[in-house]
Design a protein around this ligand. Structure first.
Ligand code: FAD
Ligand code: UQ1
Length: 443
C-alpha cells in the first residue's frame, strides 16, 4: 500500500500552504455530506495539520436513515430523524450547497451544478447510493399510492405506516432486490414489524405474508440467516428466493418477478403474484455523476477495499455506500471506513512514500428488528462472512435490550459521537467484553 502515484500526469501540491476558501481551491474536498462525508469532515477538523476542508452537499437536512424502519412502523415521525446540515458542518469548513455536476480528476477539479469549478489536493467521494426507480417498471408511478410503499425514502416511509394501518386483509408482499442496497436487513425488518402489528390488531388470520427475495438466503450471514428463517417459519411467513421484482401493474394489483439462476442471471421465466399490500425495496446505485465518471468500475467507485484509495487517481479516496468495497452498505461500516480514510488522507498529505496507516477491515452491522421491541444485532466481517459480535451473549437471539440500543442508543451515538468524528465503531467494547464472552461461552 504505497503512496507513490500510479498516474504520472498527476502532480499534487502536497506541501503548498493551505488555500483560502474564496479561491475555490481546497486542500481536501469532500463530495457528499451524508453519513460518511460529515463524519470524515468532523474527524479532519479534530486532527492537526491537514489544512482546509470543504464539503459539497445539496441537502439542507441530514437524516439518520436507520430510523426510517421505525418511521415505517409508526414508532416515530420522520422529522425526529433529522438535523440541519448547517449544524453538522464542522466550524471553519466551507459548505458548497449544491451538487457535483462533473468530476475532472485528471485536472484535480470538480465542476459544480452552479457552474463553478473547485480544485483540490485531495478529493473524497462520499455520494452514497440512491433509489433506481426506473429499474422496476411501473414503480415510480405506483409508489406511495394504493398500498404500494417503501421505507427507502424520506418522503416515503411515513406512507408505509399509513398503509400498514389501513390494510385489513389479503396478500401482503415484501420484496428484496438482487443487487446492492443500503442496509440489506431493512426490507425484512418492516415485514416483521407489519406482521406484529397486524397480529396485534387481529387481522393476521386474514392475511397471507410473502417474502419475495432476489437473493439465495434470508440474510447474507449464516447464523443470522438461520435465526430469521426460523422467525419466518414460526410466524407463517412464506419465503421465496431468487425472485426479483421487475414490474408492478397497479390496476391489476399484480407484481411480476423474474426467476434468477444461481449465478444471478435471469431465466426466461416470469411469475405473477397478486397483492393487496406491497412493500418494495428498490434497486439502488450511486448517482450518475459518479457512475459516468472515470472513477467507476461496474457502476461503483473503484477503490482499494482496505485503504479506500481510488484505483485510478492516488489523491482520490472513496467512502461509504458509493464504493465497490465488498461490504454491507451500513452506517456501521461507514464509521470504520471514515477512520481509515481520515488516517490515510493525513498520511498522504504529510508523509512521502510511507505506507497508509488506515485500513478498513470489513466490519459491518445490521440491527435486525424482528418485532415490536425485539432485535437481533447482526455484526460481522463482510469480507469473510464471519460474525464479529460486540456483546458477551449470543446476538443471533432476538432481544429487547438490542431493540433499545437500536431505538435510543445508536441514534445518540450517531448524533453525538459519529457526526463529531468521535466514533469508529464498537471495537473497543468488543475488546472489553472479550474475557467475559470467553467465560460465558465456555459455561
Ligand atoms: P449517504 O449518507 O446517503 O450520503 C450521501 C450524500 O451525498 C447525501 O447527503 C446526498 O445528498 C449527497 N449527494 C448525492 N449526490 C450528490 C452530488 N451530485 N453532489 C453532492 N452531493 C451529493 N445503516 C446501519 O448501520 N444500520 C441500520 O439499521 C440501517 N438502516 C437503514 C434503513 C434504511 C431504510 C436506509 C435507507 C438506510 C439504512 N442504513 C442503516 C444505511 C445507512 O444509512 C447508509 O449506509 C449510510 O447513510 C451511508 O452513508 P454514505 O455517506 O455513504 O451515504
Ligand atoms: C454502529 O456503530 C452504527 O454507527 C453509529 C450504527 O448506526 C448507523 C449501527 O446501526 C450499529 C449497529 C453500529 C454498531 C454499534 C454497536 C454498539 C454494536
Amino acid at each position: 500500500m504505497s503512496l507513490i502515484a500510479t498516474r504520472s500526469n498527476l502532480y499534487i501540491s502536497r506541501f503548498s500552504s493551505c488555500t483560502c476558501t474564496g479561491s475555490m481551491k481546497h486542500r481536501i474536498l469532500i463530495t457528499g455530506g451524508g453519513t460518511g462525508g460529515i463524519s470524515l469532515a468532523a474527524r479532519l477538523r479534530n486532527m492537526n495539520g491537514v489544512g482546509d476542508v470543504a464539503i459539497v452537499e445539496p441537502e439542507m437536512h441530514h437524516y439518520y436513515q436507520p430510523l426510517f424502519t421505525l418511521v415505517g412502523a409508526g414508532e416515530m415521525r420522520v422529522v425526529e430523524c433529522r438535523k440541519s446540515t448547517k449544524d453538522l458542518i464542522p466550524s471553519g469548513q466551507k459548505w458548497y450547497k449544491t451538487r457535483v455536476a462533473r468530476f475532472s480528476c485528471a485536472e484535480n477539479m470538480v465542476e459544480l451544478e452552479n457552474g463553478s469549478k473547485v480544485k483540490y489536493d485531495i478529493l473524497v467521494v462520499a455520494l452514497g447510493i440512491r433509489n433506481d426507480w426506473d429499474k422496476i417498471k411501473g414503480l415510480k408511478n405506483a409508489v406511495g399510492h394504493d398500498f404500494v410503499v417503501t421505507n427507502y425514502g424520506v418522503d416515503q416511509c411515513e406512507k408505509t405506516w399509513k398503509y400498514i394501518q389501513m390494510f385489513k386483509k389479503g396478500t401482503a408482499i415484501f420484496t428484496m432486490p438482487a443487487g446492492v442496497i443500503k442496509c440489506p436487513g431493512a426490507p425484512q425488518k418492516i415485514m416483521y414489524l407489519a406482521e406484529d402489528y397486524w397480529r396485534r390488531k387481529g387481522c393476521r388470520n386474514d392475511t397471507k405474508i410473502k417474502w419475495m427475495s432476489g437473493i439465495k438466503a434470508q440474510f447474507g450471514i449464516r447464523i443470522y440467516s438461520d435465526a430469521l428463517t426460523r422467525i419466518c417459519d414460526q410466524r407463517g411467513i412464506e419465503r421465496n428466493y431468487m425472485k426479483n421484482l421487475v414490474e408492478i401493474r397497479t390496476k391489476e394489483k399484480e407484481a411480476i418477478f423474474e426467476v434468477l439462476r444461481d449465478n444471478n442471471s435471469a431465466t426466461p421465466c416470469l411469475e405473477t403474484e397478486k397483492f393487496d399490500f406491497l412493500h418494495v425495496s428498490p434497486s439502488q446505485c450511486p448517482p450518475s455523476v459518479l457512475t459516468t465518471s472515470d472513477l467507476c468500475q461496474n457502476g461503483f467507485m473503484d477503490v482499494n477495499r482496505n485503504t479506500l484509495q481510488s484505483k485510478v487517481y492516488t489523491n482520490v479516496f472513496g467512502l461509504g455506500d458509493c464504493t465497490n468495497v465488498p461490504t454491507s452498505r451500513t452506517g456501521a461500516a461507514v464509521a470504520c471506513e471514515a477512520k481509515a480514510v481520515a488516517a490515510n488522507v493525513k498520511a498522504f498529505l504529510t508523509q512521502s512514500n510511507k505506507s497508509f496507516p488506515g485500513s478498513y477491515d470489513g466490519y459491518a452491522s445490521c440491527p435486525l428488528v424482528c418485532g415490536k421491541s425485539q432485535c437481533i444485532l447482526a455484526e460481522f466481517n463482510a469480507f469473510n462472512g464471519s460474525p464479529l459480535e460486540t456483546f458477551p451473549f449470543d446476538q443471533s437471539v432476538p432481544r429487547t435490550s438490542m431493540f433499545l440500543l437500536k431505538r435510543y442508543g445508536l441514534p445518540m451515538v450517531y448524533w453525538n459521537l459519529m457526526m463529531k468524528g468521535l466514533w469508529s465503531g464498537p471495537r473497543p467494547f468488543r475488546k472489553l467484553f472479550t474475557p467475559l464472552r470467553r467465560i460465558l461461552t465456555k459455561s
